[in-house]
Design a protein around this ligand. Structure first.
Ligand code: NAI
Length: 355
């Protein structure tokens, strides 16, 4: 396999290209603006699996009617610290950002917010949301459903999604500690990224149609959970908290990203926001988080490592670098963004593992 060329793009230009493409597909400006902000954050943080690589697919889904263009987003407060945001299957990044705002209002008032997001589109990289909450001083957890593309431990057919978990906590120096991971060895987007770059994947990430490990991203038919039965258990927990608890389809009934692009996704997401001041002295708390980071940095690295990073630190380091120097994007993705094209038959109906 030959690796695809990379072009470095300034964040503002990437933002405008993404926003314009989504609007060309039919998305209203305010939704396109928020989605572009989110996708640039992902690419700038090195999360290329959830950045510009997704625009082609999003645009096709928007053009085909699988995203509500003018969603009636409502907040149903179900208790002092609980509520559900009904997303009406709007653009996931927009719906989930709005939902976060409701959760922030609630935690400010009650010190705790468990807010579910019911019936949203694909929401992208979850670190985007939890980081925002931690920047306002809250401890934040978010999880979401994703399409069933993971073989359960010991199984040969897909059941749960790549169901990610993101966590953020404020620190003393205004830079939150943000950790964000899929419960699979790699997110599905990493397979997409490898496909876009024509790059082989490690044999530990995924299986082919016979259930055997594969290094060819085009042959992938199922992903593997992290740490065997433990990751398998975590993805079940995510499916319950972000799906069943909100009365949404679960397990293999969760909608598939590439099956029918005219249909709505009906996905679930959840936020748990905690005001540290309700439990401890918040100044002491953030001081201790910074102390933890410092102590981790002081740990002698193992052979082959240059230093110990706090969980998620690499994303922040990359973000600072790419925002200053420009973001590397696969050249074919950039060429697509710069073109007038909105695809209509690139992804739809080709199943979760479309090539
Ligand atoms: P990953 O494997 O690249 O990284 C996982 C975490 O480990 C990150 O916080 C990263 O900064 C940290 N990390 C990596 N190397 C490290 C090191 N040496 N020291 C300390 N920390 C280190 O992420 P993954 O699992 O591929 O997920 C990518 C993204 O996909 C996430 O943003 C996730 O939210 C998103 N996602 C979204 C889905 C959706 O449906 N909305 C579904 C699945 C994933």
């Amino acid at each position: 396999m030959h690796e695809t060329d990379i072009t470095v793009v300034q964040p503002e230009r990437l933002h405008d290209l993404i926003k314009n493409k989504l609007m060309k597909a039919g998305l209203p400006e305010v939704h396109a603006e928020e989605t572009a902000r989110h996708l640039v954050f992902a690419d700038a943080s090195g999360i290329h699996s959830h950045g510009a690589v997704r625009v082609d697919y999003y645009a096709e889904r928007i053009a085909k009617g699988g995203t509500t263009l003018d969603p009636k987003i409502t907040f149903e407060k179900t208790g002092p610290s609980t509520g559900i945001v009904h997303g009406d299957n709007g653009m996931g990044q927009y719906v989930c950002d709005q939902a976060l705002n409701y959760a922030l209002e609630m935690v400010e008032e009650s010190g705790l917010a468990f807010v579910g997001v019911s019936r949203t589109g694909h929401s992208g990289a979850l670190s985007y949301y939890v980081k925002k909450a931690a920047e306002k001083g809250y401890v934040a957890l978010s999880m979401c459903q994703s399409d069933p593309m993971v073989v359960p431990f010991g199984g040969s057919e897909n059941y749960f999604g790549t169901n990610p978990i993101a966590f953020a906590v404020p620190s003393e120096d205004d830079t939150p500690v943000v950790f964000d991971m899929a419960t699979t060895v790699q997110a599905w987007g990493k397979i997409l990224d490898a496909r876009s770059k024509q790059k082989e994947i490690p044999s530990t990430w995924a299986v082919d149609k016979e259930g055997n490990p594969t290094t060819d991203p085009n042959a992938v038919q199922g992903l593997l959970p992290i740490a065997g039965p433990k990751g398998y258990g975590l993805m079940m927990m995510v499916d319950v908290l972000a799906g069943s608890l909100l009365g949404l389809p679960f397990g293999k009934s969760v909608s598939s990203m590439y099956d029918d692009l005219t249909a709505k996704r009906n996905l679930g997401q959840m936020y748990l926001l905690i005001d540290p001041a309700r439990f401890t002295d918040p100044k002491e708390f953030t001081k201790n988080i910074s102390k933890m980071v410092k102590e981790l940095h002081e740990i002698k690295p193992a052979q082959g490592f240059d230093q110990v990073y706090y969980p998620g630190e690499l994303g922040k380091i990359i973000h600072d670098k790419y925002m200053a120097e420009g973001i590397p994007v696969a050249t074919p993705i950039l060429e697509y963004l710069e073109s007038d094209t909105v695809h209509f038959d690139q992804y739809g109906g080709k199943g979760a593992f479309a090539k």
